[in-house]
Design a protein around this ligand. Structure first.
Ligand SMILES: N[C@@H](CCC(=O)N[C@@H](CS)C(=O)NCC(=O)O)C(=O)O
Length: 214
């Protein structure tokens, strides 16, 4: 059986877990914190989570894992069959990852009681101010990110924006979800699904446990 390593505080872990649930793939969750220990680096070359243990070996990088799952378990699809449309879903994911989630991720020190420097805040704002308009040029959310069907872009977006919006809200009182027309409604739609609720409930429970252990 597939083993998903990481923990549910991580938005990247939650993206993969959510895709596994939507696709109805059996998997086991293995609590694994990120680390630079040699044993961890053997499995995850950057020491990051998530990583997926398969019968053939280990895969890292959430978007790569999503594509692997799609190719190996195509029955419930999360990408369009048309090559261009499929590439568009990947383009949306990459845009959110590199230009929205990643700069906002740099602000999450508050979650762990760490100070975020003014330089980090400046770099993050500069990139977000390019990344959000870029996403808005790329998508017009009607029902979902990329048309009428749920895709991996929606799953990536909900977990990336939950983390990123929390970070920008706490840091500057900035609501980046409100800066993407239709995203608030899309998140509300996704939150009605059992799979989304499972992932978000596990996330809340893990955050609560982490905060009460401080
Ligand atoms: N690009 C990676 C990002 C994964 C990532 O940044 N994971 C965080 C947890 S959300 C982590 O392991 N951080 C520890 C570290 O950066 O050393 C992916 O797509 O999986």
């Amino acid at each position: 059986m597939l083993k998903l390593h990481g923990f549910p505080i991580s938005n990247y872990y939650n993206v993969v877990k959510h895709a596994l649930l939507v696709k109805g793939i059996a998997f086991e969750e293995v609590f694994t914190p990120p680390s630079q220990e040699p044993a961890m680096l053997e499995q995850s070359p950057m020491g990051k989570i998530p990583f997926l243990e398969t019968q053939h070996g280990i895969l890292t990088e959430a978007s790569v894992i999503l594509e692997y799952l799609e190719e190996t378990y195509p029955e419930i699809p999360l990408y369009p069959t048309n090559a261009f449309e499929r590439a568009k879903v990947k383009q949306v994911i990459k845009t959110i990852e590199l230009y929205i989630e990643s700069p906002a991720h740099d602000l999450i020190g508050f979650l762990f009681g760490r100070e975020v420097t003014d330089h980090t805040k400046e770099c993050s704002t500069t990139m977000l101010n390019r990344g959000i308009p870029a996403l808005n040029r790329l998508v017009t959310i009607s029902t979902y990110m990329c048309g009428d069907a749920l895709t991996a872009a929606d799953i990536f977006a909900i977990h990336a924006f939950k983390l990123a919006n929390n970070a920008t809200n706490v840091t500057y009182g900035r609501d980046i979800v409100a800066e993407v027309p239709g995203l608030k409604e899309l998140i509300a739609l996704l939150e009605k699904r059992d799979d989304t609720q499972k992932v978000l409930n596990d996330n809340r429970a893990a955050l609560k446990a982490m905060q009460s252990s401080k």
